[in-house]
Write a protein that binds this ligand. Structure first.
Ligand SMILES: [Zn+2]
Length: 107
């Protein structure tokens, strides 16, 4: 990762992501960035449950070089790998439960 983060200075949502209005809807800045710079299809992504993940872990960042497309599971695994060293086992289990809850709500 050679480039710096592009920090968004506008509205920040509860989760820490920058939010902008695009085509009459609200999206994360990183999602719109992936759409504009990488051709990430917003409608297809919603159907497939794809998310834009940050290599840099900076949720305000919208530098397309720092973004990759993944499933919710990929995003979770990525976060888990990065945080495993810092988190206790019980915290990881709670995160896993949180993820499963979100998936069952979606079906
Ligand atoms: Zn970044």
């Amino acid at each position: 990762m050679d480039s710096e983060c592009w920090e968004f200075n506008g509205t920040i949502a509860t989760g820490g992501y920058g939010i902008i209005s695009f085509n009459g809807r609200s999206y994360g800045t990183h999602v719109v960035s992936a759409h504009l710079f990488k051709g990430f299809d917003l409608d297809t992504a919603a159907i497939l449950g794809l998310e834009i993940c940050h290599i840099c872990d900076n949720r305000r960042c919208w530098n397309p070089e720092h973004l990759f497309v993944g499933t919710k599971r990929d995003n979770f695994d990525d976060m888990l790998n990065k945080r495993k060293a810092k988190k206790s086992a019980i915290e990881i289990i709670l995160l896993a439960m949180e993820l499963n809850k979100g998936e069952s709500n979606g079906t």
